[in-house]
Design a protein around this ligand. Structure first.
Ligand SMILES: Cc1ncc(COP(=O)(O)O)c(C=O)c1O
Length: 380
């Protein structure tokens, strides 16, 4: 029996057709679908610049490279997130400062605001951490599970303090704010620079792939160079800086382009699954569906459950996996991960509890009622 996975890609005839077309034309590495997918994303997100690249992780590395980080720089990060932004920051010897999560599992921007106001000072246009005397160069806001971060609480403060806002919208493509200052804006289009991921488990996929998105002309231009070994002259192969090979290929871009056309349908279907879990757990004594912020229209990428009391979630997870239902915990908070234990933390109380008490459940687009009912049985 096949594993029931958390979030599987949904590939159909249109992706097969477009890939076949490109293969027949021999357009593997380079082809016009790279720039087409970029312009489709620009139009969808209403953003000025998109640089496609080979993964969300590589988009983050490119972003960190452009910040010109060194050992005297620090970046405010959520502790509860996938490790990619932390690793990207560490590649350039900058230090993360880890923050707690809010009720939606996103970085607690109220605590970030409090930290900036109380624990840093502003001198010569830079924000300095009073404790370490290092510069706080950026904050990374990861919109986990598709939930939009409460960016409004820190946006103005970051602008005043010259702190760059990086959004990691890898999991939240299609999530839109519905109220407040950023009403009608998609996650990833508000900060200074953001990343997307088209990994196979995301709301749309390119097999593997990512994007750097921004309204900043300089970041846009530089990112295109960095992902191609900073080649400024394609004839003489002149490299004006150190860079990477983080290019996406035309086959991946073709798949992504075809998937983007269906994003509204995917989101609609994911919302149906979310509602089925909500209904199915209405009178459940152990679990509830973790809430979502009302200030945003969620892409419903992944449904996450929380336990009502301290129960052995690992035992439940093991029994689901034994029955070929692939569930998992959120990430072990980064401040507890071996390579990052030495870095500063600020008032982290909730993230460990979320790790202990939460379960991510299958949210694959075509999940059947019978499959959801089977999962629910293990949770009762
Ligand atoms: C929040 C977050 N950031 C970054 C990434 C990295 O993306 P990729 O797998 O495309 O490298 C992922 C996903 O895997 C993610 O969930």
């Amino acid at each position: 029996m096949k594993y029931l996975n958390l979030s599987e890609p949904r590939i159909s005839k249109s992706e097969i057709k477009i890939v076949k077309e490109q293969l027949r034309k021999n357009n593997l590495a380079i082809g016009k679908n790279i720039s087409k997918f970029e312009s489709d994303l620009k139009k969808y997100l209403k953003i000025n610049f998109v640089t496609l690249c080979s993964s969300g992780s590589n988009a983050l590395i490119t972003i960190m490279k452009m910040l010109d980080l060194n050992q005297n720089d620090e970046i405010i990060m959520p502790t509860l997130t996938f490790v990619a932004p932390v690793n990207a920051c560490r590649l350039f010897n900058a230090s993360p400062i880890f923050f707690d999560c809010d009720e939606y599992h996103n970085i607690d921007t109220e605590k970030v605001s409090e930290f900036i106001k109380k624990k840093t000072y502003f001198k010569n246009n830079v924000t300095i951490n009073k404790k370490t005397k290092k510069r706080i160069k950026a904050v990374v806001l990861v919109h986990v599970w598709g939930n939009a971060c409460d960016i409004e609480k820190i946006y103005k403060l970051c602008k005043e303090r010259n702190i760059i806002i990086i959004e990691d919208a890898s999991e939240s493509l299609g999530t839109k704010y519905v109220s407040g200052k950023f009403k009608n804006k998609f996650t990833g289009t508000i900060g200074d620079i953001s990343c997307l991921s088209f990994n196979a488990n995301k709301i749309i996929t390119a097999g593997s792939g990512g994007a750097i998105i921004t309204n900043n002309k300089i970041f846009a231009k530089e990112s295109k160079l960095y992902i191609d070994h900073y080649k400024i002259d394609p004839v003489k192969f002149i490299h004006a800086n150190e860079g990477f090979n983080f290019r996406i290929n035309n086959i991946q871009a073709s798949i992504g382009m075809s998937q983007l056309k269906k994003i509204k349908i995917f989101i609609k279907k994911k919302k149906v699954i979310y509602k089925k879990y909500l209904k199915g757990l209405e009178s459940n004594k152990k679990f509830y569906v973790n809430p979502r912020p009302s200030y945003a229209d969620n892409n419903s990428w992944l449904t996450v459950l929380s336990s009502k009391k301290d129960i052995d979630t690992i035992r439940i997870i093991k029994s689901l996996i034994k029955n070929r239902i692939n569930v998992r915990k959120p990430w072990l908070p980064n401040h507890l991960q071996k390579p990052f234990k030495k870095f500063q933390t600020y008032k982290i109380k909730k993230a460990q509890k979320v790790f202990k008490n939460s379960i991510c459940v299958p949210t694959t687009i075509d999940l059947k009622n019978a499959q959801i009912n089977k999962i629910l049985k293990f949770l009762s």
